[in-house]
Design a binder for this molecule. Sequence first.
Ligand SMILES: Cc1ncc(COP(=O)(O)OP(=O)(O)O)c(N)n1
Ligand SMILES: Cc1ncsc1CCOP(=O)(O)O
Ligand SMILES: [Mg+2]
Length: 654
Amino acid sequence: MIVVITPPYRIPDEEVIVNSLFKNGLHLLHLRKPDAERVVYERFIQKIEPCFRERIIVHDHFDLVEAYGLRGIHLKSKQAEHFGDRKWYAHVSVSCHSFKEIATLPFTPDYVFLSPVFDSISKQGYKSMFTPDMLKEGLKKTSTPVIALGGISADNVTACRKLGFRGVALLGYLWDTPSEALSRFLKIFPDETLSIAGFDQSSGAGVTADIKTFECCRVYGLGVASAITFQNQNEYLGTKWMSPGEIIRQCEVLCREFTPAYVKIGLIENFDSLAQVVDYLTTTLPKVKIIWDPILKASAGFQFHNGENMETIQNILGKIYLLTPNRNELEILFGNNLEAEGLQRIAKQLHTNILWKGGHNTEALASDRLITGEEIYTFSVARGKHGKHGTGCVLSSAVTSYLTLGYSLPEACRLGQRYVSDFIRGNDTNLGIHSRIHATATANLHEIPLQYITDHKEGTPIPEQVEAVCKGGCRWIQLRMKEVSREEFIRTGNAVKEICRRYNALFLINDHVDIAIELDADGVHLGKEDMNPLEARKILGYSKIIGGTCNTFDDVAERYRQQVDYIGLGPFRFTSTKKRLSPILGLEGYQQITDKCREAGIHLPIHAIGGIRETDIRPILDTGVTGIALSSLLKDNDDITEKTKEVLLQLKTN
Ligand SMILES: Cc1ncc(COP(=O)(O)OP(=O)(O)O)c(N)n1
Ligand SMILES: Cc1ncsc1CCOP(=O)(O)O
Ligand SMILES: [Mg+2]
């Protein structure tokens, strides 16, 4: 793990540097400003791109975690003594200065910082209190992941990894010359992870698919072939197995140079091979955690003769950290009719964890269940329409990547699921393209000044309205249908989506996250009575647009915290298109709010909405909003296309 700690005092443009570190693969930023007030923390967070905020861990002002959707909190060891809220946070880490302190913590944190490992770069006179032997011995006995802090630079990172540290924390090395922070960060080799799996010529599954996933998650991918399969995305023709000796020989050559913290095992000939490989790994890499994706189809060679293999598998599973089966594989392993509670008993008994793929399904959401000895978690995400070859491999290697990067098991499973969902939705063919996954859909919202919001019109069905505004040049549609059945919404949505794709227009859904998922729309618009945008973000990820309704500056500040991509601000004046209107804003209202946004450094696209007429457009834009959202002005015109053209002309010539 590579952790960056912010400089204790403000340095110019530190947020710009931190954003660049995130873009270049940083996953763990500790925001530490000793004695700084909440507002200092808040100003920093607001300048970090929303998609990176879930990588921030705060050392103070812990309520910011919920308000901004941050990753978690960091405690001093003294604070940890009296800390009762461990479960409440997705991430808790602790600072310690001795192995005794680590051993006596009242709970197991996600990791601890141990410092000063070397003489500090940033704190003059802060000398190391450890010899290499003390560190090696102490680390051997400690099961909590330990991060080396103090005097860490590119020169001693490899030594730290060899000593048994799970990662390093960078502070003085980066910040003593801020202009070089990024280039110094890039001198550090990223975390590595290993896949032991079959070779699939199409690279949709197996070791090459795993390595693509690792690299897209910014983890260096290592690979060992457990078999050469003969397959493409549509056909499986055969398998040439590697013997356990051949697999281990490949591992040996890697272990001369690398010490992966996590290893993923996929296709393997039988339980005996698996047992030998697992034994080798746990002996050579005593702290390794193994993820096993049990591929148990007949072609994988597994034989179940009256359960004679069951004893072997029970022994092996005790050494597996995470098992990622689907229902079929679970039934082969543990028998039929298993439910989450039964699996939890097995997980507890075998000291393992189970990620049950597709373990709980609703119509629109695909859900996986993580079953640990203590807890059962359900993660739901957009269900992909187009199944893909190798998604099981991609899921378990994405989870392995996020574990390697330092996410807790539930967070790694949640993010892994989101990765697969984005991967599946990335294209409409049987083989996915990993490099498309992290594209965000929000880059050009500032440049689309007109949003059309659909409404019922006798004699002009919604798809016809949408076609007409698109013909006139509108490139942003929000499908808003009140008081219709889900079926009707989806039927109309499918037609509208086709039109939007043809015109390259954005297609957003009003109110319903589940329908946006089902239709694979570009995003949703959420009002005060709809889902919290942070919750929607967890489901939709960053490749979808989330808009939020606001009526005051406080609403804008809250929506900004909640990571919306744009704001619908209104109503400008009375309109009968919407019931239960908020107070009318008028031009003065917009002016006050946009002024405050500027002062607060909030630069989100803002669309004015509500009762807007043609003559209002210029004065509204003069208040500083980026665009307008219209319904009746366009819909109620006899020639919708012509009216759209006129409105766009006004918007563009402003
Ligand atoms: C662009 C835009 N802004 C505001 C709204 C209103 O959303 P909401 O407050 O949820 O009200 P309904 O549209 O759901 O009635 C919007 N839809 N679009
Ligand atoms: C959805 C919505 N939210 C606030 S006003 C409004 C309706 C906008 O439609 P119109 O342009 O017809 O007033
Ligand atoms: Mg709504």
